[in-house]
Design a protein around this ligand. Sequence first.
Ligand code: HEM
Length: 136
Amino acid sequence: MSQTLTRTEIAQHKTKTDLWFIVHDKVYDATKFLDEHPGGEDVLLDVAGQDASEAYDDVGHSDEAGEVLSTLQIGTVKQQSGDPTPKTMQSSTSETTHAALGPSAGIPSGAVYLGGLVGSLVAVGLYLNFATQFGA
Ligand code: HEM
């Protein structure tokens, strides 16, 4: 079967008797598989109607699991302009933002060093002045 389904449509199938989810842009109907899942039905209910790609990969499922998964496919995800950006894209964007802020943020270290040096010289000067006056 190769129907294309929107994320909004998929999100409506999130009950024990009607359970879909997405793994890598493919849509699966896991309703019949709920009872058989070696990892239990709760984890599948947790991702019902949602994108389960990360959760599925995190477990390190076997090739056998992948074969079962492929028998449950009912379609693919229809890409829409309002869809959330993939995680990898988001993190690279925020890294760029940090990098852009980096050089302009904070005081240059040279200025801090110079400030410290001037401060020390003033302190030594005051001490010498004091010592000369009072003969310490
Ligand atoms: C229809 C999709 C899925 C299929 C066909 C499937 C299949 C399997 C199979 C065959 C196993 C036994 C171990 C292995 O062969 O890798 C397993 C274990 C497991 N799965 Fe899934 N799985 C699916 C989805 C998920 C999802 C979406 C999650 C997490 C949200 C998940 C979490 C787990 C966990 C926690 C285990 C237990 C591992 C253990 O006890 O060692 N599974 N799954």
